[in-house]
Design a protein around this ligand. Structure first.
Ligand code: SF4
Ligand code: SF4
Length: 438
């Protein structure tokens, strides 16, 4: 059975651009990508039947030989129901992945599961495997079987809040409302900011009325003077001055880099050398920054001076995307040409160390696992959810609309749609957003 053309993007399952491709293996990843995320664990325990049925739909759709549910070895005790059900499926297996970081990264996960080294710089489908995160698998099941649009997002709200919790949030509800639902920010701090996403890759958000989107995973309230906030707030100029001053070319950042260890041509210490001393490195060294996954291991674990090759690589990537044409470099990273380093297994970073490495150890206790549900009086839906290029609004200011109504569609042929997460009146509409009030 193939998933009806375009139904996923039309009903709000975002980030799927390979739904029409064939592959050998479909992998649903239930791995945590950071120590503050607990949604995977909840979905594994409470929605496992939807995970399996979502995977069955995907196997059929991709005409795959088999499906894999990738879980961490540390989840072994909590998945007995899932395990029993998988045993009855001919073409679905559980795969227990070592509990290390960043095992949830697509290229690393594909290697762990299939043994095939693969670079994230190339389209995943060339590896013969496609990876879906567990919440997407659940969304796909619900959209295909119930034909209802995605209008809510399961996320974790943690950090300096009274009641760290999982939250089933309406798309467009404000971070303020999510935090208040979790008892509000603790009174011990005067000022706080929000880390939206993972400690390594997330953004520091200062506008508490920022809306929840389909990609919001974790909202962490942090004191404004928290170490992670200070680190993230350093300008690239400051980072480079620090590199010039103290980088001693020890090469630990390269030796622990998961991309390098998987055989990728990414040598952060050589990039740092170019930045610090202006030595004429081959162009390929700088282009290597394109492979950086921004996992942050180099800055929080490897570098004795807490320098940030991650931040430098991020900057280089942004610049290269505007200036260079890196296709020939990237084509040299197809799976057949990668050779994982022999010491890779000894350099895996244990997941349990991660929270302390990123200075968020005190927030890594599991939150209240039965999700709280938002009940917003107003939502702000961002059009960037469905298209960066342009959208066609399907509502007008002043119009009364029902929950689930189509409010905008992407221009062009993608068919992506954005739907109202609450019923009410459209009170604001411009090129970037629509606001609906009950
Ligand atoms: S952030 Fe650092 S360790 Fe991670 S992939 Fe980039 S260079 Fe390698
Ligand atoms: S680990 Fe730090 S000091 Fe060593 S080469 Fe990398 S950036 Fe320089």
């Amino acid at each position: 059975m193939s998933i009806e053309n375009n139904i996923l993007s039309r009903l709000g399952v975002t980030g799927i651009d390979h739904i029409n491709e064939r592959c050998r293996t479909v992998i649903v990843s239930a791995l945590k990508d950071n120590p503050l995320s607990f949604t995977e664990e909840y979905l594994l325990q409470s929605e496992w039947h939807k995970v399996i049925d979502g995977l069955k739909l995907l196997i059929a759709n991709h005409q795959a030989e088999k499906g894999i549910i990738a879980v961490s070895k540390s989840d072994r005790p909590v998945i007995s129901d899932l395990k029993r059900c998988v045993e009855d499926c001919d073409n679905i297996d559980l795969f227990f992945v070592d509990n290390f970081y960043p095992a949830a990264d697509q290229a690393i996960l594909i290697y762990e599961v299939t043994g095939q080294p693969f670079s994230s710089a190339t389209p995943a489908v060339l590896s013969g495997s496609l990876v879906y995160d567990i919440q997407t698998a659940v969304n796909i099941y619900e959209v295909v079987t119930e034909k209802k649009p995605v209008t809510r997002r399961l996320l974790a709200c943690t950090g300096e809040v009274a009641l760290p919790s999982l939250v089933l949030g309406h798309l467009g509800v404000s971070f303020r409302e999510v935090i208040e639902l979790c008892g509000g920010a603790t009174t011990t701090i005067d000022e706080y900011v929000i880390l939206c996403g993972t400690p390594a890759r997330g953004a520091i958000v200062t506008d508490i009325d920022t809306p929840v989107t389909g990609s919001t995973t974790t909202i962490t309230v942090l004191p404004a003077d928290h170490e992670l906030v200070k680190e993230r707030s350093r300008t690239i100029g400051t980072q480079i001055r620090k590199i010039k001053s103290v980088c001693n070319q020890c090469s630990f950042c390269t030796e622990f880099c998961p991309v390098y260890l998987l055989g990728g041509k990414l040598y952060p210490h050589l990039i740092m050398r170019q930045i610090a001393y202006g030595l004429a490195e081959p162009e390929e060294v700088i282009l290597g920054a394109l492979l950086c996954s921004e996992c942050g291991i180099c800055e929080v674990l490897a570098c004795p001076h807490k320098l940030s090759p991650r931040a430098v690589n991020k900057q280089i990537k942004e610049r290269l995307k505007q200036e260079a044409e890196p296709e020939s470099f990237l084509s040299g990273h197809t799976s057949g040409q990668l050779q994982p380093r022999s010491n890779r297994d000894f350099r895996k970073v244990p997941f349990e160390r991660l929270a302390d490495l990123f200075s968020v150890g005190q927030y890594a206790e599991p939150p209240k696992m039965e999700p709280l549900e938002t009940s917003p009086g107003q939502v702000e839906l961002l059009f960037q959810e469905i298209s960066a290029a342009g959208v066609l609004p399907r509502v007008k200011i002043g119009e009364e609309i029902a929950a689930g109504s189509l409010v905008a569609e992407a221009e062009g042929s993608t068919g992506a749609g954005l739907h109202a997460s609450i019923g009410g009146k459209v009170t604001f509409l411009d090129k970037e957003r629509v606001i609906i009030r009950k």
